[in-house]
Design a protein around this ligand. Structure first.
Ligand code: SF4
Ligand code: F3S
Ligand code: FES
Length: 253
């Protein structure tokens, strides 16, 4: 069954903008991205929106729907009250390029700050052996589609632009956790201390485990429970390990 919905879509650019009202037809089974496409095809041909797969897998169509960070292609219209306006705004934590498109390059910069997996010395490709439990742990984190909704929702940067230089955000702290838990990662032997970096370079201490990142993740990754809290525990263990403490004192001399 079709009905006429009231949409309020943010239109503008880096210099400013406002919500624009539209009345648009909604058909059974449609998602918010369908409605945005209908607007483009009818009364707002120049409405800017980023999307690619329409299947919840490319992570491009991130926006805020009624104030909640969501993928537009995975938000069914049937979830929303037809009597209420549907407010669609760009992700708030990132600078607007135009309309619903934001500049997410902050995330790429943070990704580059995390040193990649270091292959273990003396073990060739194809010779790696891992327990299924270890494989399963990182597989959960690898479901990430890089939609950056978790980065958008985390209060540490959402309302505090000034924290961006010192906080990698949940997505990239999760990456540090994944690598630190990886039984074959040879970073330590290569002189890379991932636990120290998590605290001193990626701002792990700013996370006060509010779990908002976990709540918005479209891949249902338990970011807080399975990555951030274990990483905090590991980093604290390192700090209070008497041998690590003694080693760091000796190295400082
Ligand atoms: Fe998106 Fe989840 Fe990946 Fe964050 S962890 S970028 S919310 S898929
Ligand atoms: Fe932010 Fe997630 Fe921590 S929302 S405060 S990174 S638990
Ligand atoms: Fe690919 Fe929405 S269009 S996740």
């Amino acid at each position: 069954m079709s009905y006429e919905a009231h949409f309020k879509v943010w239109r503008g650019d880096a210099d400013g903008g406002s919500l624009v009202d539209y009345t648009v037809t909604v058909n059974e089974g449609e998602v918010v991205l369908d409605i945005i496409h209908r607007l483009q095809a009818t009364e707002a041909a120049d409405l800017a929106v980023r999307w690619n797969c329409k299947a919840g897998k490319c992570g491009s169509c991130s926006a805020e729907i009624n104030g909640r960070p969501r993928l537009m292609c995975m938000t069914r219209m049937s979830l929303l009250d037809p009597a209420e306006p549907v407010v669609v705004t760009p992700m708030r934590a990132f600078p607007v390029v135009r309309d619903l498109v934001t500049d997410v390059s902050f995330n790429y910069a943070k990704a580059r700050e995390v040193p990649s997996f270091v292959p273990p010395a003396g073990v060739g490709p194809g010779e790696y052996r891992m327990q299924q439990e270890d494989v399963g742990r990182s597989q959960e984190f690898r479901k990430c589609i890089e939609c950056f909704l978790c980065q958008d929702t985390c209060h540490v940067v959402r309302d505090h632009e000034e924290n961006k230089p010192v906080f990698a955000g949940p997505r990239f702290l999760m990456r540090v956790a994944e690598l630190d838990m990886h039984p074959l990662d040879g970073a330590a032997e290569a002189g890379i201390d991932r636990k120290r970096a998590a605290q001193e370079e990626h701002g792990l201490g700013y996370c006060n485990i509010t779990k908002c990142c976990t709540e918005v993740c479209p891949e249902h990754i338990k970011i807080t429970d399975n990555a951030l809290i274990p990483l905090k525990e590991r980093a604290v263990d390192r700090k209070y390990d008497p041998l690590v403490w003694l080693g760091s004192r000796i190295r400082r001399r």
